[in-house]
Design a protein around this ligand. Structure first.
Ligand code: ZN
Length: 343
């Protein structure tokens, strides 16, 4: 009951990349970089296990950013000449690569981290990929013709590539493939119209568990400023959850701790397993285990106890490493208290 997991990313150690940055520069190059990526992956597997987490991830140590890590391995994209683009409906500007031609995978994207992680943990292994709609929102289109038709075409093209990598991850022994779709909380109508369908295309044929993570973003200033404009009740999930409930995706990861998301929206996910965010990634204050257990307790009004995983609200990439580590311990200890309370 109440297995524990991270949403996806973890801070990169200072010797791997610039700390507390969303698009950090790597410290090394070539072979040395490959080695530091592997070392950091192992370090976080051990740390997650020591903290007591049940579902282990690679912490996204081998990718610079959760979207561009995938896109870098795609042919038809100009990664050298990035352009400035407003992303997440112009919430903030990012330097993004440009789609210039037909898309094709150059080869495997995450084989190294997935195989390394599988060789070094016996626990459930979750692996994250960006979702098609979020990728489309984080690259500049010079090929698919723009507009909503172009976005849809490009999303399904990326979904095919994601599907190939997801099937390969499953063959590597990954137990859960999770797609990250923060864009679902920004383009709610499009998410319900075609985003969920594109997601299902990306997950097609997978027999392992499939999941989607939808959040209000990393704890960076642009996101906290945006959240301040969303009012007292954040109802973004209301549009997409019914579409997800009908979909083949088995698990949904959502933001809950210190969030203005009305908890009853989780009831719209009837039949799904829910990864409830019980750790706030936008605050350096470390939750007490009791707080974590209380959040789990409140979520139990809307999620059956055998379907609840306790999770972080979002990735922890831009956080301080020591604080993130303490939050992992609080997560595991809080879930243990909840097991005693509700077992
Ligand atoms: Zn997130």
């Amino acid at each position: 009951m109440f297995p524990t997991a991270i949403a996806g990313s973890l801070p990169k150690p200072d010797w791997l990349a610039e700390p507390q940055k969303l698009w950090p520069q790597w410290r090394a190059t070539g072979e040395a970089l490959a080695q530091t990526k592997a070392d950091a992956t192992l370090l976080w597997i051990k740390t997650q296990e020591d903290a007591g987490l049940d579902v282990i991830g690679d912490g996204e140590q081998a990718r610079q950013h959760f979207v561009h890590g995938f896109v870098e391995q795609v042919e038809g994209i100009d990664f050298e000449n990035k352009v400035r683009m407003g992303i997440r409906d112009n919430r903030y500007d990012a330097m993004v690569p440009q789609v210039m031609g037909p898309l094709r995978l150059k080869g495997r994207v995450h084989a190294m981290e997935a195989q390394l992680a599988r060789a070094h943990t016996q626990r459930t292994l979750k692996f994250t990929l960006p979702g098609p709609m979020t990728i489309v929102d984080t690259v500049a289109d010079q090929f698919y013709g723009g507009g909503s038709e172009g976005r849809i075409k490009m999303a399904f093209a990326f979904a095919e590539l994601l599907n190939a990598e997801a099937l390969a991850l499953q063959a590597d022994g990954v137990d859960i493939v999770q797609f990250d779709e923060p864009a679902f909380n920004v383009y709610m109508d499009e998410a319900a119209d075609w985003g969920v369908q594109a997601l299902e295309r990306a997950a097609q044929g997978l027999t392992c568990k499939t999941a989607v993570h939808i959040c209000y973003g990393y704890g960076i200033k642009a996101n906290t400023d945006w959240k301040n404009t969303l009012g007292q009740e954040w109802r973004q999930y209301e549009k997409v959850f019914p579409a997800l409930a009908k979909s083949s995706i088995r698990q949904v990861s959502l933001e809950c701790a210190h969030s203005h998301v009305p908890m009853d929206l989780m009831a719209l996910l009837e039949g799904k397993e829910v990864m409830v965010g019980v750790i706030d990634v936008a605050s350096d204050a470390v939750e007490t285990p009791e707080e974590v257990a209380d959040t789990i307790g409140r979520a139990l009004q809307f999620v059956p106890k055998m379907k609840l995983t306790a999770c972080t609200n979002c990735g922890m990439a831009p956080m301080d490493r020591a604080i993130a580590t303490r939050k992992l311990y609080a997560l595991a200890q809080g879930a243990e208290i909840a097991r005693q309370r509700h077992g």
